[in-house]
Design a binder for this molecule. Structure first.
Ligand SMILES: C[S@@+](CC[C@H](N)C(=O)[O-])C[C@H]1O[C@@H](n2cnc3c(N)ncnc32)[C@H](O)[C@@H]1O
Length: 232
């Protein structure tokens, strides 16, 4: 069956661009705690390929939203799963037991307290990666790892936007900043992290997916997922 990635990433008429906070305030009620489009399915498959066994691990779902990765961590045997997000409406949708309001830039957890950080599709909302990456590095234990996914720069440089449609049919773009591999590399280095593995799933690679517009061709990378390890 042909699935179409079009809700989040299409480029029709110009539309109002909302800040991340304003966007998730309107979007939260329709944002379930599981992959809900083909692009998220491709992203989740890449993240699952990259993360280690979570059994007995202390896991932080950073920018957890409605809790997708925190719930996966619990299902996969994490001893503790903590969710942090800066959107109250998203946290209200989130069934995780341990969750709190927090930005990625100032994580309210002790240094060296986390085994695995999972951060899905969130850092692209930030203008700068550096402060958040330093915080990720700080809370990780030595040899701990962070799995971070982002929309692939190629699709934005191709003119796509990150969009959503509200229950009453209003369509908005959401602020997104392109961070290149080099930006993640530099931010990781500064944070005492090294890039250990990277996956770039492509349009049409793992499932029969296309964009609603014709600009993004089959074979274009749509997601980039990084595994960072805290250096000793
Ligand atoms: C695309 S959603 C992804 C949610 C979840 N990680 C997932 O993969 O299902 C992005 C999330 O990042 C959160 N977010 C954006 N900027 C943030 C920041 N500076 N600090 C904490 N959370 C942030 C948003 O509120 C939203 O819940």
């Amino acid at each position: 069956m042909l699935k179409t990635v079009w809700r989040q990433l299409r480029s029709p008429a110009p539309r109002e661009t909302l800040s991340s906070l304003a966007a998730y305030e309107r979007w939260a009620e329709q944002y379930p705690p599981h992959a809900h489009n083909a692009l998220m399915e491709a992203e989740e498959a890449a993240m699952k390929q990259l993360y280690p066994s979570l059994v007995g691990q202390v896991v932080l779902d950073l920018a957890c939203g409605s809790g997708r990765y925190g719930l996966i961590a619990t299902d996969e045997g994490a001893s503790v799963a903590i969710g942090l997000d800066n959107s109250r409406p998203m946290l209200r949708q989130n069934p995780m037991v341990l969750k709190a309001l927090s930005t990625t830039e100032k994580i309210p957890l002790a240094s060296a307290s986390i085994d695995v950080v999972l951060c899905g599709l969130a850092l692209g909302h930030l203008k700068q990666l550096d402060t958040s990456m330093v915080e990720i590095g700080r809370v990780l234990k030595t040899n701990g790892c962070a799995l971070v996914s982002d929309f692939h720069p190629f699709i934005f440089l191709n003119g796509q936007q990150r969009t959503f449609t509200t229950a009453d049919g209003q369509s908005f773009a959401v602020e997104h900043y392109v961070h290149l591999y080099a930006d993640y590399h530099a931010a990781a280095y500064q944070a005492g992290l090294r890039i250990d593995a990277v996956l770039e799933p492509r349009l049409g690679q793992t499932q029969d997916v296309r964009f609603a517009d014709s600009k993004t061709q089959q074979g274009t990378p749509i997601i980039i997922a990084y595994r960072f390890v805290k250096a000793t």
